[in-house]
Design a binder for this molecule. Structure first.
Ligand code: SF4
Ligand code: SF4
Length: 368
């Protein structure tokens, strides 16, 4: 039965609150996934539909699709006023819109022992707990990307369904009304698919409570200190090293697809390198059979790849193919970070297949 058809007694009572009386939520996302709109709709529904007080705002990185975005929602009883607009550092509910964000240190820092973590991932609950290194609390997992692809919508409404379910106090009906109102003026044909996406997110989200068992230790919140500031930045503001984001990792910009490299098909024409906007491709210098120095493509360093797939379009011999990121793909410390083992094996040197040795988790290292 669709979650929202059953009338439930949603009282305007917060399950937890901090010393200022707020229930605080943070949505960690990347630009383009719709976390800002999700936070806005959720706050609007809780305030106008359930009589709570609250506030919503977002913070962005550089103005670029794929850059980190945080969306904050603060709710309190109707008898309180919201007089703070600082970022949420200790969320009662943390929603992670892209599982790659878990690789960024501190994403799950500051959670309370009984906080709720809502994760967009195709993983099982146990695998998701490992990936998030969650010490305790409630974990809710939903494959929001898959739902959005099937419904031809965006994953933010699927995440909203999972967030509403995991919160246990937000009424789904006002959220559905807020979703419908936000689409009906400009995109009326998107109302129905988005409501279905929301309902599927609600119904398909699975959650479980994990008591503290010592497997992972809580990480206290600490403020990020940038390495470069006004006192030590290079004169002229030039940053000479490539890949200079804090995490040196653009993989969170990808939305589930990446270019898979097949060394055995590549003719080293260089068209991919000329096309790639992020200088992702890595080349080796070799000496060919005639004794001439030549350049040979090692492959894309997917750490810097944002998944635009321009290289796949340009490659004349299908040495780069579009591939979905799947949890069973091996994660390597070499050039191509993700991929099925048989494709990685084509990336050997001097005609030999590469050999890989598993390390901790699903991280693999080239040994030959
Ligand atoms: S465009 Fe294709 S064939 Fe050419 S270097 Fe790149 S991967 Fe190899
Ligand atoms: S998909 Fe291809 S062109 Fe786009 S960023 Fe990644 S490697 Fe570069």
């Amino acid at each position: 039965m669709p979650a929202t058809k059953k009338k439930q007694p949603f009282a305007a009572v917060l399950p937890h609150s901090n010393e200022l009386g707020f229930f605080e939520m943070r949505f960690d996302s990347v630009g383009g996934l719709g976390a800002n709109l999700a936070g806005q709709l959720l706050a609007q529904a809780a305030i106008l539909g359930q009589g709570l007080n609250g506030a919503h705002f977002s913070s962005y990185g550089s103005e670029k699709k794929g850059s980190p975005v945080k969306s904050f929602v603060r709710l309190c009883g109707p008898d309180r006023e919201v007089r703070t607009n600082s970022p949420v550092e200790r969320p009662h509910l943390l929603a992670v819109f892209h599982s790659c964000l878990l690789k960024i240190p501190g994403t799950c820092a500051g959670l309370y022992p009984d906080s709720v973590l809502v994760l967009n991932a195709p993983d099982s609950l146990d695998a998701a707990r490992e990936r998030a290194r969650l010490p305790s609390g409630t974990l809710c997992v939903v494959n929001a990307l898959n739902i959005a692809v099937e419904e031809k919508t965006r994953l933010n409404t699927a995440m909203l369904g999972a967030i509403v379910k995991a919160s246990r106090f937000i009424d789904p009906e006002p959220v559905r009304r807020a979703i419908a109102a936000s689409f009906e003026d400009r995109y009326p044909h998107m109302v129905k698919p988005n409501l279905k996406t929301f309902d599927r997110g609600y119904l398909e989200a699975e959650s479980r409570e994990f008591p503290f068992d010592g497997r992972f230790q809580p990480v206290p919140f600490s403020r990020y200190e940038p390495e470069l500031g006004y006192a030590n930045a290079p004169i002229g503001g030039i940053i000479p090293n490539p890949g200079n984001t804090a995490a040196k990792d653009l993989s969170a910009s990808r939305q589930g697809i990446f270019p898979l490299y097949h060394r055995d098909r590549c003719i080293d024409c260089g068209l991919c390198s000329m096309t790639c906007p992020d200088y992702v491709f890595v080349w080796d210098r070799r000496v060919d059979d005639n004794g001439k120095a030549t350049q040979v493509l090692r492959g894309p360093n997917l750490q810097y790849c944002k998944g635009c797939l321009k290289c796949v379009e340009i490659c004349p011999v299908e040495a780069l193919t579009e591939e979905c990121e799947r949890p069973e793909f091996v994660f390597t410390g070499d050039v191509q970070l993700w991929g099925p083992p048989d494709a990685l094996n084509t990336m050997g040197r001097e005609g030999d297949p590469a050999k890989w040795e598993p390390q901790e988790g699903n991280y693999w290292t080239r040994v030959g």
